[in-house]
Write a protein that binds this ligand. Structure first.
Ligand SMILES: [Zn+2]
Length: 250
């Protein structure tokens, strides 16, 4: 006990000494630079804050190769339509933001559009509840979308997209930037997958983190079948459509 108190005392002493040193340095800087230069230094620091805010509110560009990639995608999927994909990005992200804001999965639980990422969002919401985290997304407006990447191999095709979006953001996460008077301008990268031949997909990619709706065990197969763990019959997921498989704010 005495040892701990001594340690705390020493720690306090060190902190006090550091405080005094900082104060002395500030006074020294002030007397060396003169009052005006000192004020200027303070204003530089303030400007850095302003710049941070400006960057927060600066509309973000999206870069992609939509023109170049549209053709090979259309060659593989003749009914592919980029406008439909782009509106799906907006629909999916708004549903996700709403679920996160409400900290409730009720609105997305049975949503086939979100089949492949439901488990991930549900985990995230559970973490937010455990840590009492609140996030709000208001007045969401999308600006631009682009296709960044297209891959097709082993039974599955993946389109990676980039989207710019703005919203009023608020959060109680420590150190997370949020301003109430300006909208956050940001960008999201999403992946959409289309499984055209489930038999060809390797085991590791097969389930995308999809879980049994009854017991929560990870599903080994996306097609129809029974959960290997609890035996519940799991409805097959329609994989022959473009479905969001991941999303990330940049
Ligand atoms: Zn199960």
């Amino acid at each position: 006990m005495g040892f701990i108190l001594g340690l705390l005392g020493a720690l306090f002493g060190v902190l006090l000494a550091i405080g005094i040193i900082i104060l002395l340095i500030m006074l020294k800087v002030r007397s060396t630079l003169g009052k005006n230069a000192f004020k200027e230094a303070i204003s530089v620091m303030k400007n850095a804050k302003d710049l941070e805010k400006q960057e927060y509110a600066r509309k973000k560009d999206v870069s992609g190769m939509t023109k170049l990639l549209e053709e090979p995608i259309q060659r593989d999927f003749s009914d592919f339509n980029k406008s439909v994909l782009f509106s799906l990005i907006e629909k999916d992200l708004i549903k996700i933001f709403t679920a996160i804001e409400n900290k409730s999965t009720n609105s997305i639980k049975q949503d086939p559009d979100l089949d492949l990422i439901y488990s991930k969002i549900s985990d995230q919401i559970q973490d937010m509840k455990n840590e009492h985290i609140d996030k709000k997304f208001d007045n969401i407006v999308f600006h631009k979308h682009a296709i960044k990447k297209y891959e097709k191999s082993n039974g599955m095709a993946t389109i990676t997209t980039s989207s710019s979006v703005e919203y009023f953001y608020s959060s109680n996460v420590k150190d997370e930037l949020a301003y109430s008077d300006v909208k956050k301008q940001t960008r999201y990268t999403c992946e959409f997958v289309y499984v055209y031949d489930e038999a060809k997909i390797g085991y590791e990619k097969q389930a995308f983190g999809v879980h049994c709706p009854n017991c929560g065990a990870p599903l080994k197969k996306l097609g129809a079948g029974n959960c290997y763990y609890c035996g519940t019959h799991v409805e097959p997921i329609n994989l022959k459509v473009w479905k969001i498989a991941s999303y990330k704010e940049e």
